[in-house]
Design a protein around this ligand. Structure first.
Ligand SMILES: Nc1nc2c(ncn2[C@@H]2O[C@H](COP(=O)(O)OP(=O)(O)OP(=O)(O)O)[C@@H](O)[C@H]2O)c(=O)[nH]1
Ligand SMILES: [Mg+2]
Length: 345
């Protein structure tokens, strides 16, 4: 099962393959009308909810405890809620904003019962996430499109690319992969293996070769073969900022020069289990490149999924995909409503 909108040319494929998750602007609008889309949405919700169970316990569970222990709404209640958000890595700036708005709303609405605070808090978290970015969709249209995947070592770039390639492929688009991580031979092999699994071709050079040259060749091939989506892996070294900047800039120049017509996404992969480190990485990458979105992996392994809120609300980086496990089904589109419902239920 994939999650990209199926292109019309694939309408004749079997039903099983057509039963894919769809999260695009158009489909959001038709969710209300289509039972099918509702089913898909529910299946995404189930996956995401399971993956976020640790974060839910950490946020929702603790909020329930705090609310239960308070008879009235006072400064102490707000302080305790604030602490819960901060320890869940929501980030100080967004936490302050959320609590401030919460206090105001509670006052405006004359809320006196602590039990009513939770729904209000949920609403405020949602507001702050929605107000900071336009949307959370990966832009693949008009084709051809190119996705450049960046991020430090071990965050999940290559496995995510494999899953993404599979999802885009079964949505009916042609996909090509570029093994732009030439640092280790194993990295190239790993991508090749994903290419095999997803039945997608991989452009690669030898270990140690110039990543920009790999991307150059891949673009040439994508053009020659009329490929819809080219996904490029990159090395995750971050010895120092100028090193990273040089390598990425060289790749960006090649992309701009050779593929100006392509719809582009530069997706930063971050490992949610690394907490504040992930935030720092986001800041560095944002400085050196025009990141268009974040793929937040390993949310299943952490209670600090609040990082998604900090990334989106403080750094204005739209989360586009989340990893909630190691399986191919565990890469899911990010949807603010589904996320909030998953951590507040
Ligand atoms: N639990 C869990 N594990 C994940 C998730 N995403 C990726 N992983 C695992 O993270 C590990 C590292 O993934 P890679 O794809 O090799 O990471 P990378 O960023 O390409 O690493 P380098 O190539 O060394 O820079 C693998 O064991 C993946 O299975 C996720 O959402 N949840
Ligand atoms: Mg890799």
């Amino acid at each position: 099962m994939g999650f990209f909108k199926k292109t019309p040319k694939d309408d004749n494929k079997n039903i099983e393959e057509q039963d894919i998750h769809i999260i695009s602007k158009i489909d959001q609008e038709t969710y209300m009308e289509s039972e099918d889309n509702l089913k898909r949405r529910n299946s995404i919700f189930e996956k995401v909810k399971n993956g976020l169970s640790k974060t839910r316990k950490n946020i929702s569970g603790k909020i329930d405890d705090v609310i239960r222990s308070h008879r009235k709404i006072d400064e102490e209640l707000f302080d305790e809620l604030e602490e819960i958000l901060i320890t869940a890595d929501v980030g100080i700036v967004s936490t302050m904003k959320i609590i401030e708005n919460l206090k105001e709303k509670a006052k405006d609405k004359n809320i006196a019962d602590p039990y009513d605070i939770k729904a209000l808090l949920k609403e405020e978290v949602k507001n702050i996430m929605l107000s900071s970015v336009d949307n959370n969709y990966i832009k693949l249209e008009p084709t051809p499109s190119l996705i450049l995947v960046v991020g430090v070592n071990g965050v999940g770039k290559t496995t995510t690319i494999g899953k993404l390639a599979h999802n885009i492929k079964i949505s009916g688009k042609s996909v090509l992969l570029a093994a732009g991580d030439t640092f280790r031979a194993a990295a190239i092999d790993q991508l090749m293996e994903w290419g095999n699994r997803a039945n997608v071709e991989v452009v690669s050079h030898q270990e140690g070769s110039d990543p920009a040259a790999v991307i150059f060749d891949a673009i040439k091939k994508a053009k020659a073969k009329n490929i819809d989506v080219l996904i490029c892996d990159t090395a995750g070294r971050l010895h120092n900022k100028s090193n990273l900047m040089n390598e990425l800039n060289k790749i960006f120049r090649v992309v701009e020069k050779e593929y100006p017509e392509a719809t582009k996404e530069i997706l930063l992969v971050l490992d949610a289990t690394t907490g504040q480190n992930a935030i720092n990485q986001a800041k560095v990458f944002k400085e050196v490149s025009n990141i268009t979105g974040v793929i937040l992996t390993k949310l299943d392994g952490t209670a600090k999924g609040g990082i998604a809120i900090a990334l989106q609300a403080e750094l204005n980086l739209p989360i586009k995909l989340i990893g909630v496990g190691e399986g191919i089904e565990d890469l899911q589109p990010f949807d603010v409503d589904i996320f909030i419902n998953s951590i507040f239920e």
